[in-house]
Structures are given as structure tokens and as C-alpha cells.
Write a protein that binds this ligand. Structure first.
Ligand code: P6P
Length: 340
């Protein structure tokens, strides 16, 4: 392929699909539709800071339209992009308690979309990168519309995991089990262009750790010893790591994916099951992390092996370079109990 070749996400998906003769093109349609939704969300996120300058009066903007919270806007954009294509049998969103059915007037398809429309939206006002996170599963139940059981599949059954990071540039990163590929949005032509083919966690990894240390007193002894060691304070005399914590999962994970290190959101006395959601935050990131040569754990075992029992269940989360996630599990095994 000519070095100068411009590979759009649509061309990449089509070329990947050609490697699978049994492919129906449905999955490609889903990813293409998600790319459109991401462009629409990016446009709103990019001007979020301008809304007041543009004269938002209370809940209305200059066009007299209701100004929605961006995460509600993102939810509606994704729903409206995905509900009519005939590719999905149902959806699950962080913004909705129950399974979201496909409207009766549209045909149902063979895939399930699970997503967090805009994670970290509390960071918008301070111009910190935020993101959309998504998982795609195959429908298990026969016939009809999707069911709750179609949505409660373990990560090992995942067909596609991906995220969009709305930052200094907007990138869509996804894996369909054949490596991890990153696409950067060129706003001048409205296309996501292949900018990071076959992303792999660097070896050796850069020594970054990413965790909210304000919760130190709420952690297990094992978690405290782990972070003390990463800071060079442990009895093993480890060379200190560098700390980076943005407080936006997509941004913290994207850095970890490109530079290596470990991202942690441990369980603690305030969040004994962890804070982050399994289905639409941990699992898609876990697929990407494993496909890039890393590991994703809940502190005891692989995230992708967990069989969900609830659409919105939480999980502790350790993502990043294999050796660092292994180290975290070792420390946690030695002293797992939360303070009384
Ligand atoms: P804390 C953002 O609110 C979020 O859901 C994730 O994106 C992020 O990783 C986490 O919460 C940050 O939580 O407790 O450190 O503010």
C-alpha cells in the first residue's frame, strides 16, 4: 500500500471485513454509524465552552432550542444513529436503567450495542478530554427483539470494543479481536483517518501509575503497599514510577495504551465493588488492552472472564502493561481486606 494512502475508517473496516468471507457487512454498518455519531458529538463537545458566549439564556440557546446536558445529547445522538439501521436487536446505555428496545417500526438485527455515551462529562467545563465507550456483542436469543440475557454476556464473547476520545484531537480506537487500530478525525474533511495501526503497549513500558490517591485511607492494605512501592517507598526499593491521573477514564486509559504503565480504580470502603461499570467501561477497555498485549483485571482475575449479572454492575479495574497488572494482583492477594 502506498505510504501516502489515506485510509478512512470505512475503508479499514471494509478491508478487515474482506478477511472474513462469512461477514455480512452488518458489523461494518454499525461501526460506520458509530463514527457518524462520534462526529456529531465531537462538534457539540468542541463548542461546549462557547455556549455561554453564544448567549445561552437559561436552558435555551440563541436558536431558542433547549440546551441539553452533553451526556444526554450524546445519548440521543447515538440512539438516533443506531435505532433504524436494522443491525441491532437492542441497546444498553449508562444513561438508561433498562435494556433499550429497537422501535417496532424498524427491523431488529443480530447485534447488541452497549455504551457509555459520554464518560467523564463532569470534566467538560474544565476542558479535560472525555469519551464515548462502546461494546458490540452478537445476539444469543433466537428470533424477536433482544433480551436482557443478550446484554449480559462475558467480555470473552465481545465482537468489538472501542472508544472515542474527544481531546486535543478526536480519536476513535477499536478492536474486533484482530489488533487495535486508532483513527484520528480530520475535521476539515469530516473523516476518521487511520493514524495508529496495530497499537501495541510499549515494551518495556514507561513507568506511569494512574490512580486517585485521595482515597488512600479507604484502600485495602495490599492496595496501599502497591502504591507505596510504585512511589519508591516500599521495602522492595523499587525505582519510583511517575504519577499521572486525569480523572477521565478514556483519557487515562488512552495514555496508558500509548505509553504503557498501569491505570487503577481500586475498590475501597466507599465503593466496595469499585466505581467503574463493568459492561460499558471496563470490558471494552479490557478487550483493547489485551489485544494491545496488556492485561485487564478486577484485582483478582481477568475482566473479560467475568459473567455479568446486572447491566450496571461495578468492578474494580486494573488496566495496562502485563507486568504491572500482575504486580498489582500479587500485592492485593497478600492483603485484600478493606479497612474495618
Ligand atoms: P474519581 C468520571 O467521572 C469517571 O466515571 C471516570 O471517567 C473516571 O476514571 C472516574 O470517574 C474518576 O473518578 O473518583 O477519581 O473522581
Amino acid at each position: 500500500m502506498a505510504e501516502s494512502a489515506v485510509i478512512t475508517i470505512d475503508r479499514h473496516i471494509m478491508e478487515e471485513e474482506r478477511k472474513h468471507p462469512e461477514a455480512t457487512g452488518r458489523l461494518s454498518n454499525i461501526l460506520t454509524d458509530l463514527g457518524l455519531a462520534a462526529k456529531l458529538i465531537q462538534r457539540e463537545v468542541a463548542k461546549a465552552g462557547l455556549v455561554d458566549i453564544l448567549g445561552r439564556a437559561g436552558r435555551e440557546n440563541v436558536q431558542g432550542e433547549d440546551v441539553q446536558k452533553l451526556d444526554v445529547f450524546a445519548q440521543e445522538v447515538i440512539y438516533n444513529a443506531m435505532d433504524h439501521g436494522g443491525n441491532l436487536c437492542c441497546m444498553v446505555s449508562e444513561e438508561h436503567e433498562d435494556v433499550i428496545p429497537i422501535p417496532e417500526e424498524f427491523p431488529a438485527g443480530d447485534y447488541v450495542l452497549v455504551f457509555d455515551p459520554l464518560d467523564g462529562s463532569s470534566n467538560i467545563d474544565v476542558n479535560v478530554s472525555i469519551g464515548t465507550i462502546f461494546s458490540i456483542y452478537r445476539k444469543l436469543s433466537s428470533g424477536g427483539r433482544g433480551t436482557r440475557e443478550d446484554c449480559l454476556q462475558p467480555g470473552r464473547a465481545l465482537v468489538v470494543g472501542g472508544y472515542v476520545v474527544y481531546g486535543s484531537s478526536t480519536m476513535l480506537v477499536y478492536s474486533s479481536g484482530a489488533g487495535v487500530h486508532g483513527f484520528t478525525l480530520d475535521p476539515s474533511i469530516g473523516e476518521f483517518l487511520l493514524s495508529h495501526p496495530n497499537i501495541r503497549l510499549p515494551e518495556p513500558p514507561q513507568r506511569y501509575y494512574s490512580v486517585n490517591e485521595a482515597y488512600y485511607q479507604r484502600w485495602s492494605l495490599g492496595q496501599r503497599r502497591l502504591v507505596d512501592t510504585l512511589k519508591g517507598m516500599g521495602d522492595k526499593g523499587t525505582k519510583p514510577f511517575r504519577s499521572r491521573y486525569i480523572g477521565s477514564l478514556v483519557a487515562d486509559f488512552h495514555r496508558t495504551l500509548l505509553k504503557g504503565g498501569i491505570f487503577m480504580y481500586p475498590r475501597d470502603t466507599a465503593s466496595p465493588r469499585g466505581k467503574l461499570r463493568l459492561l460499558y467501561e471496563a470490558v471494552p477497555m479490557a478487550l483493547i488492552c489485551e489485544q494491545a498485549g496488556g492485561r485487564a483485571s478486577d484485582g483478582e482475575g481477568d475482566i473479560l472472564d467475568i459473567v455479568p449479572t446486572d447491566l450496571h454492575q461495578r468492578t474494580p479495574l486494573y488496566l495496562g502493561s502485563r507486568e504491572f497488572v500482575d504486580m498489582a494482583e500479587e500485592f492485593l492477594r497478600e492483603a485484600p481486606d478493606l479497612p474495618g
